[in-house]
Design a protein around this ligand. Structure first.
Ligand SMILES: *Cc1c(COP(=O)(O)O)cnc(C)c1O
Ligand code: SF4
Length: 466
């Protein structure tokens, strides 16, 4: 094991560089450091079969069945990430995320292939335009390793179904002609697995579109393969500021010296880093695990951004927790630790409703004068409303609003722009045949007294008394 006082990555002295490396399993003890630290070696030595994995962990029958299942979601694990697995603990939170089990093959009643209806919201292949001013741009189907609960397992991992140059061109063309988009989120698959030339070309073309203000990259590469975060990659990325990055860590075990160094390099290059976790049964569904994860993330300058409720995705039923488990986690974080360490817990609504934040209730009651709150300790207190407050009619600082018609939603109701929002079927429902016939009955009975309309069983459903 090598220890560095200055990392081999070329970080300036003075950066908070964690020293040391994760201990390697015996299998790779003789691999020279320059190979191990090379992401190309990590990619080409990934594990994906019973034979491979048996050399690193003591496989259970359940895992062997999962690995041998035909038509399963792709398995591939970098040696670095595999070295974080506990060889003797089948419930190891790292192992659960990447080694398939037979339960993966079980369906559940609510499952959907494309639970977030991303395909329906795609104007061109791979571009999901669901929110007013930002888009999700899927640029590749490849990842450094594959998470068993992946929301996009319907498209991810398929080596024969890549996004190609023509798809990228169509995505860029759509964005050029869609001025309301100010924020583009590159995802996939994992954008950092793209050949650097293609990645750089995509970033440059996005930067050349004047109305695109912010570019974000969603990547699990720093977690699966921190070796990929080289000075050259960081230099490539920092040309395209403002550039943000979201990584994906679920358990404190994934925070290693290698990952911490990768994050330090990205943060030193001015790239703000957020983390998205998925709430996974057996992996991170205990409040103490989440507390450790979130406070450790802040230590390496990563802001816990979102905690997602598991989506209704094929193969991931055994990872689902109750929503209550997520609320309890937020309850145990908010107030108990730095606000920086508290992610927003979200349910991504099936059918394409998007992310909806869920949190414990802190507002207990209200009158026109006073609000009653409780805090994280259960202390209950009041806030007195001002009696002379008038909401602003206009502001000098008009944001450069780019919304399309009909997208003001509930904020539009509050602003008095609209009185109601109704489902498309609402008008049809209220013209229902039965009410028409009842109306006819009322019309023809206008001149009678004490009329009763019954539901056929002699029970009155409507009575008119003149
Ligand atoms: C999550 C997501 C975004 C980004 O949402 P933020 O709340 O801005 O992080 C954009 N588009 C799609 C389709 C998404 O799922
Ligand atoms: S890294 Fe992201 S896209 Fe890739 S398998 Fe994991 S969850 Fe899916």
């Amino acid at each position: 094991m090598t220890t560095y006082s200055v990392s081999p990555t070329g970080l300036p002295r003075g950066s908070a560089i964690p020293v040391g490396n994760t201990e390697r399993p015996k299998l790779w003890a003789d691999v020279p450091d320059d190979k191990w630290d090379d992401w190309r070696w990590q990619l080409s030595n990934r594990l994906n079969s019973v034979e491979d994995l048996a050399k690193v962990i003591n496989l259970t029958q359940d895992e062997i069945d999962g690995l041998n299942a035909p038509d399963k979601f792709r398995v591939d694990i970098t040696p670095y990430f595999a070295s974080l697995m506990d060889p003797d603990d089948p419930e190891c939170p790292v192992r659960l995320q990447i080694v398939p089990r037979s339960r993966e093959l079980e369906g559940f009643d609510e499952l959907m292939e494309d639970s977030l209806a991303e395909d329906e919201h795609s104007p061109v292949a791979g571009l999901v335009h669901r929110y007013p001013d930002r888009v999700l741009m899927l640029v590749t189907t490849q990842c450094a390793s594959y998470c068993r609960y992946c929301t996009r397992s319907r498209i991810v991992g398929d080596a024969g179904a890549m996004f190609n140059k023509r798809d990228h061109d169509a995505q860029i063309e759509y964005l050029k002609h869609t001025p309301q988009v100010r924020d583009v989120l590159l995802s996939g698959g994992d954008p950092l697995t793209l050949p650097p030339k293609i990645l750089e070309d995509l970033l440059r073309r996005l930067r050349d579109i004047p109305h695109i203000e912010v570019i974000r990259i969603g990547s699990r590469v720093p977690v699966f393969m921190p070796q990929r975060v080289t000075p050259v990659l960081v230099a490539l990325l920092r040309q395209f500021h403002p550039l943000w990055m979201n990584i994906h860590i679920n358990h404190p075990k994934e925070i290693t010296p290698e990952l911490a160094r990768a994050c330090a390099m990205l943060a030193d290059a001015g790239i703000p880093i957020g983390n998205q976790s998925v709430l996974l049964a057996g992996v991170n569904d205990h409040p103490d695990t989440m507390m450790k994860l979130c406070t450790d993330l802040v230590k390496i300058r990563v802001k816990p951004y979102y905690l997602y409720q598991a989506d209704l995705v094929e193969g991931s039923g055994h990872f689902r927790t109750s929503v209550a488990a997520g609320i309890e986690i937020i309850e145990s974080l908010r107030g108990h630790t730095s606000g920086y360490a508290v992610p927003t817990y979200c349910v991504d609504l099936p059918g394409g409703g998007g992310k909806v934040p869920v949190a414990p209730n802190y507002l207990l009651s209200q009158s026109t004068d006073r609000l009653v709150f409780r805090n994280f300790e259960g202390y209950i207190s009041t806030y007195t409303e001002p009696q002379d407050y008038v909401r602003p009619k206009r502001t000098k600082f008009v944001p450069d609003r780019r919304h399309e018609k009909g997208q003001r939603g509930v904020a539009g109701l509050l602003a008095g722009e609209q009185m109601a929002i109704k489902p498309a079927s609402w008008d049809v429902l209220h013209e229902r045949e039965t009410s028409k016939s009842v109306n006819r009955a009322i019309g023809s009975l206008q001149n009678h007294k004490d009329v009763e309309v019954t539901n056929g069983h002699g029970k009155p459903i409507w009575t008119q008394v003149n």
